[in-house]
Design a protein around this ligand. Structure first.
Ligand code: PLP
Length: 564
């Protein structure tokens, strides 16, 4: 059985369920959706990640919008099954023992994809080593490097210990897993009986590896001082092989993966272009992200699709037939999903939102480039839009990384705007954004707002979740939206097509475009031409839901990366 698995998928974070807090945002949710798609499509995959026993964090916000973080309390045994096999890695000459826990993702046809969570919290390890798999993206560089050794090197060893001998492809979901290439090089060298690494070994590893890069933000690419790498891993021959190990006195995890992969991709067409500029000389393809539809379609839409599009769970492309679903039925399903969200908001916050009012949603990691406060650039203009064009209300959510001071201040500014608008526009910021809240929000609002600073949004996926629930986006032209938007048909752009593509979006121009679209196009359509608003909703499902899903994405990985 194990011998038949041929794709190993490595990711520092994986979002499987809201109650398993081993993800921080888009990267992890995408990993979960990828695995769910592999299970649906019978792709022989096995996935590896870290346990993150304390999770990312539980977010609390005080009355002023200051974020406090708490470790997430979750009971591992309630969700995962401990495996008996053990392996180890060497860190600074110490042996650190590893165990793993299994979770099985069930595909729509019953095919299973196992996910293994690596764990160092064993009595044989020192107190400090036991914490190495506790916090996702926590600690300093040393802690992070140790985690990446565990994921990359420990992950390959654990797969071998579990009996996975015939893995044909190793897919690195972002550079955190790049050190797996070192373990594979060692395996090749041993197999050839040689002590040192040869060109053939390098070619053999390259043929096995696939690398997906996820961020055009330079700070998002892990780099470690070579001195630290020496200290943790011990001096190795590959550190001096400049064609693999770039550059100077830094180990750049992205370059390591780029140099040792036969297939490299960005996560949207635009992102692949930007990545080619960042990493000149590499061939970088594009596979645009998607979402797993059966996971992200709210119950009322699942029922609607079951009635009108039988087989949609097996064949996501068939969502194009949504064009034949009566608009009234789409409105009814939407209203059910919307009520669920609005009632939740009112119970949690006592703000008294109205189901009949146009509701705008924004939920993202709170970090500066996402510009979550762009909507509040001109408070007086917003008040006047609400007065003249029609009422609207806004629901926010999102966590800032504990060390991202700018992100934390962004949440504060949204709280200040919320106060300033109190009499005119209802705004709430919900605590502790997770997959469950994400699903409720991306199915329960009327309009999904997205305002990143171009070209920094690699893809974005929450707008895709909205689309499969019939919710159009109002978004800056960046990431997936460049491919997904048809003005007035699937949603609306902020800024004109062709402008801002690749250049940085001018903040006040973007805000003013956002206000114009709201005031002149979207609010009037929502209140005075519901039939045409429903046209846009239906096209979101039929044109974007049928394409921006992980079934299409997985098929591209299979054809272009895995079995080539
Ligand atoms: C979908 C999702 C994300 C990613 O959203 P983006 O639009 O890609 O930023 C992040 N966090 C949660 C909880 C999600 O469900």
């Amino acid at each position: 059985m194990n011998n038949q698995r041929s794709i190993a998928y490595f990711s520092m974070e994986i979002g499987l369920e809201a109650s398993i807090p081993t993800y921080s945002g888009g990267l992890g949710v995408l990993a979960g959706d990828t695995i769910r798609a592999a299970a649906d499509l019978n792709v022989p995959m096995v996935a590896v990640t870290l346990l993150h026993r304390k999770g990312y964090f539980y977010q609390r916000l005080d009355a002023n919008g200051w974020q406090r973080e708490e470790p997430v309390e979750w009971v591992v045994e309630d969700f995962l099954e401990e495996m008996p096999q053990r392996t180890s890695v060497t860190l600074e000459g110490r042996t650190v023992q590893l165990r793993s826990w299994r979770y099985e993702v069930n595909g729509v046809g019953g095919f299973k994809v196992p996910v293994y969570f690596l764990d160092t919290d064993l009595p044989e390890n020192s107190e400090w080593d036991r914490t190495l798999t506790h916090f996702l993206y926590g600690g300093d560089q040393y802690y992070r490097l140790c985690q990446e050794v565990i994921l990359g090197i420990g992950g390959v060893r654990m797969l071998r210990a579990l009996g996975y001998k015939n893995i044909e492809r190793f897919h690195m979901n972002e550079g955190h897993a790049s050190l797996l290439t070192l373990e594979l090089l060692d395996e090749e060298a041993k197999k050839a009986g040689g002590k040192s690494i040869t060109q053939e070994d390098i070619e053999a590893v390259r043929a096995k590896c696939v690398f997906t890069t996820h961020t055009p933000v330079p700070a998002g690419h892990d780099k470690f001082p070579l001195k630290l790498v020496d200290q943790v891993l011990g001096r190795r021959e590959v550190f001096d092989m400049k064609e693999i190990f770039c550059c100077d006195d830094l180990l750049n995890m992205t370059y390591l993966a780029l140099n040792l992969s036969h297939y490299i991709n960005g996560v949207a067409k635009k992102h692949a272009e930007v990545s080619k500029l960042m990493f000149a000389g590499y061939t970088i393809d594009a596979i645009t992200n998607g979402v797993h539809i059966a996971t992200w379609a709210a119950k009322p839409f699942q029922e609607l699709y079951d009635r009108y599009i039988p087989g949609w769970r097996q064949d996501n492309f068939s969502l194009r037939y949504a064009l034949s679903i009566p608009k009234q039925e789409i409105w009814e399903a939407h209203t059910r999903a919307k009520k669920r969200l609005i009632f939740y908001v009112n119970r949690e916050t006592n703000i008294g939102m109205d189901v009949d009012v146009l509701t705008i949603g924004f939920a993202r990691r709170a970090t500066l480039y996402k510009r979550g406060d762009l909507l509040f650039q001109d408070i007086e203009r917003l008040k006047s839009i609400s007065l003249k064009a029609g009422l609207f209300q806004v629901i926010y959510a999102g966590k800032a990384h504990p060390q991202d001071q700018g992100g934390k201040e962004l949440i504060r500014r949204i709280f200040q705007a919320k106060e300033a608008l109190r009499r005119d526009v209802k705004v709430v910021y919900l605590e502790n954004y997770d997959m469950e809240l994400g699903k409720m929000m991306t199915s329960g609002v009327d309009l999904w707002l997205n305002t990143p600073q171009p070209p920094l949004e690699a893809s974005g996926t929450s707008g895709m979740k909205a689309a499969i629930n019939g919710i159009p986006s109002l978004s800056v032209l960046d990431g997936w939206w460049i491919e997904g938007y048809i003005e007035g048909i699937t949603g609306w752009s902020i800024g004109e097509n062709g402008r801002g593509m690749g250049e940085s979006g001018d903040r006040s121009q973007d805000a003013s475009s956002l206000y114009d679209k709201l005031e002149r196009v979207i609010i009037p359509l929502f209140y005075h031409d519901r039939d045409r608003f429903l046209d846009v909703m239906r096209h979101s499902i039929a044109l974007n839901g049928s394409f921006f899903n992980t079934h299409r994405m997985m098929q591209e990985y299979v054809l272009k990366a895995y079995f080539r």
